[in-house]
Structure formats: C-alpha cells, structure tokens
Ligand binder design. Structure first.
Ligand code: NAD
Ligand code: MG
Length: 383
C-alpha cells in the first residue's frame, strides 16, 4: 500500500488524484491532504474518504473544522503543509498546489526522504538549482505529473541520457491559438478561460493562453531531464494527442500518445515503474482522428515564450522574477484589472528592472518573488 500526501486536493489535479486513488484503493491510500480556501469541497472529499491529517490555508478554517471533525488532526498555513508533507508514514507527496507556495513543502518533503510526484511546476522553475541537488542528495524519486513531462519521461524509459538529441514539447496553443497578436488586445477573461482541450485550474488556463505555461514547462524540462535550452523545442500541436517527444542521436523520435486525460500522468507518477488500467479512460483511435497538425510557434506572436527562454537561459534569479511577476499579473487579469497583453508586458518590465543574482539562496528567492509581485502591483497602481 503506497501512502500518499496530496497537496492541493481541491484543485483540478487534486480532485483527479482522488479519482485515481479511489479507483485503485487496494494500491493507494491518502493519509494526508491540504486545501487552500475551498472548505466546502474539502468537506465533501473528507466525507467520501477517511483521511486523518488535513491542512488548510487559514487558522479560522482550521478551528471551524476542528470543532466539526474531532477524529481528524488539522494543520494550517505553510508550517502545516510542511508537517503533512513530512509525516513518517508517508511514502510519496503529490504536490498539486498552484504557484510558488508549493516550494517549501516540496523541499522539506525531499529532506524527509519522500518521493515527489510533481504537478506544481512553478517550484522547479524558480528553484530547480536547489531542488535537483536535494533530490540527488536524498536519493528520492522526482516524478513528473505535467502531461508533457510525463510523456518525455515515458519516452526515455530504458534509454541512455547521452543518446538524447532533443526534447520536443508539444503545446495546444491555448484558447487563443487562432487569434493574431492584434486580436489579443481586447480578449476577455471568459474567452481566455475556455481551453480547447483541457479543463484545468484558472491560473494554468490563463498561462496556456499567454503561453507562459509552455515557457514554464521548457524550464521544468530543463531541470527534470538535464538538457540545454538549445535542445528543447516547442511545437504547436492543436489536437493534444502527442503529449511530447524525444529525438535521439540516431534520428529516432519516440513519443507518448493518448487522449487528453490528466488522470493518466497522475496515475503513472503513482504506479511507476508499473502501469495499471485507467478506469474510465478513453482509448485512442487514430483512425477516428484521421489527421494531426503541427506548426512552429512564432516568438513574435508568442512573446511570453521568448521571455521564458530568455529567463531560463540567464538562469539564476531570472526565472523567479518571471514566475512571480507572471503569478501576480495572471491574478490581476483574472480580477479584470489589466488587459491580456499587459501580462507579458508587466513580466518583461519586471525582468528588465531586476538586479540579477547568479546563485540565489532560498531566502533570496523568497525576497525576489515578493519583489516581482510588488513591482507588478506598483506598475498598475495597486500597491
Ligand atoms: P487549481 O487552482 O485547480 O488547484 C490548486 C490547489 O492548490 C487547490 O487545492 C487550492 O486550494 C490550493 N492552493 C492554492 N493556493 C494555495 C496556497 N497559497 N497555499 C496552499 N494551497 C493553495 O490548480 P490546478 O490546475 O490543479 O494546478 C495545480 C498545479 O498543477 C499547478 O502548478 C499547475 O501548473 C499544475 N498542472 C495542472 C494541470 C491541470 O490539468 N490542471 C496540468 C499540468 C500541470
Ligand atoms: Mg502541461
């Protein structure tokens, strides 16, 4: 029985993780879980399965739950996340928190010798230079949950790292892939939230529309698979059937395909190196699909992707600036306080204003993240 802590259980990845665990209850048990502020959904999840350790973001919510569920142990805030990610009985922590908030629990879980199933890409983007050495030092497994990275991971099974020529990350292109740059000027939040292929949390859906999501994934791939930025290509593939590919020295290209369903990469991260039936999963029929399409992303059209490559190549503190500014600008767009194209403009302005640090410590990253958010807020008169 694999014992799991799920961080961010009320989110899109979190609820799909519950589904996977319930479908394989003889293999997996959730012993601890966290939610942010969606207490109603958390309670529904609590009533549907017996989980002893529960963390919420706010103290008031914790006190309310303590009064109602005397058999459970409740935690709150960052310390609570760390506590449930490091419990002795836990084997693996599935981190499905959105954003920078996932960083400290991931690092502490690694130090407590827990394997990590990582959906929370922002933590690798910001602190890959700290996380990867920790993973090696503590000898834990770092298993990707992001569909593209799971595909790459699966396409590398049994291969030698030295034989890899290139990683090809596929991208759906997001909600606005058919719009010109000019048409992006006055797109709405509602339009941006309509992703053509995937149903996901709001932040990543907006990131998919700007292509910052793909930019974050390029950096995530660099850290997970130890490849140079020159050897990571992005390919727009509107159907989201090929989840990503790896090209080898001998020109062979190995890809992982499937109908778009996040439960597959979630489940594979939990069952690896084995596979299990995906209950309710839809089989791929290429005959029914007929044709697949691909094109190169234009950096002028997708400036966010260009910025992400720039930040990744610079390394050091720059990905943290890009990420923090993007998290803030993404939130402001969702609050309808800025326009869609302001997101990448504000991120770029933060990058230009930042005093670069080559090897930032954890403390410096926490400060830089705050600096980037405040910079964005100040630029739009919200601070
Ligand atoms: P979501 O917004 O649906 O859920 C986020 C979860 O984290 C919720 O449970 C929320 O309550 C919790 N949370 C949010 N802020 C928090 C904070 N400050 N402290 C503690 N908990 C907090 O997000 P999601 O779409 O499930 O995405 C989660 C992560 O997985 C992101 O990093 C995203 O990039 C990544 N990811 C998601 C998908 C997808 O299909 N949704 C695919 C690939 C990668
Ligand atoms: Mg992805």
């Amino acid at each position: 029985m694999k014992k799991i802590t799920v961080l961010g259980v009320t989110g899109s990845i979190g609820t799909q993780t519950i589904d996977v665990v319930k479908n394989h209850s003889d293999e997996f048990e959730i012993v601890a879980m966290s939610a942010g502020r969606n207490i109603q959904l958390l309670e529904e999840i609590m009533q549907s399965m017996n989980v002893k350790h529960i963390c919420v973001q706010n103290k008031e919510d914790k006190e309310y739950l303590e009064g109602k569920y005397p058999d459970c142990q409740f935690y709150d805030g960052q310390d609570g996340l760390i506590a449930i990610a490091t419990l002795t009985e836990v084997d693996i922590v599935l981190n499905a928190i959105v954003g920078f908030a996932g960083l400290l629990p991931t690092m502490e879980a690694i130090k407590a010798h827990k394997d990590i199933a990582l959906a929370n890409k922002e933590t690798l983007v910001v602190a890959g230079h700290l996380i990867i050495p920790l993973v090696k030092e503590y000898g834990v497994a770092l298993l990707p949950v992001d569909s593209e990275h799971s595909a790459i991971f699966q396409s590398m099974n049994g291969e030698h790292h030295g034989d890899i020529a290139k990683i090809i990350l596929t991208a759906s292109g997001g909600s606005f892939r058919d719009k010109s740059r000019d048409e992006l000027k006055d797109v709405t939040v509602e339009q941006a939230l309509k992703h053509p292929n995937w149903s996901m949390g709001a932040k990543i859906t907006i990131d998919s529309a700007t292509l910052f999501n793909k930019g974050l994934e390029v950096m995530e791939a660099k850290w997970l698979f130890d490849v140079d930025y020159d050897d990571i290509d992005v390919l727009i593939h509107p159907e989201s059937i090929i989840h990503s590919m790896v090209e080898y020295q001998d020109t062979s290209v190995i890809a992982q395909l499937g109908t778009p369903d996040m439960r597959l990469p979630i489940q594979y991260a939990l069952t690896y190196p084995y596979r299990q039936p995906l209950i309710g999963g839809k089989r791929l029929s290429l005959a029914d699909i007929g044709s697949l399409h691909f094109y190169r992303p234009d950096f002028k059209r997708y400036h966010a992707l260009e910025l992400a490559y720039e930040a990744g190549r610079m390394g050091g503190s720059m990905p943290c600036v890009l990420n923090g500014a993007n998290e803030q600008a993404n939130a402001l767009f969702l609050e309808r306080k800025i326009h869609f194209l302001d997101i990448e403009r504000l991120v770029e302005e933060a990058m230009r204003a930042h005093q670069f640090i080559a090897y930032p410590t954890l403390e410096q990253l926490l400060e830089i993240d705050q600096w980037a958010r405040h910079f964005v807020l100040k630029r739009v008169g919200e601070d």
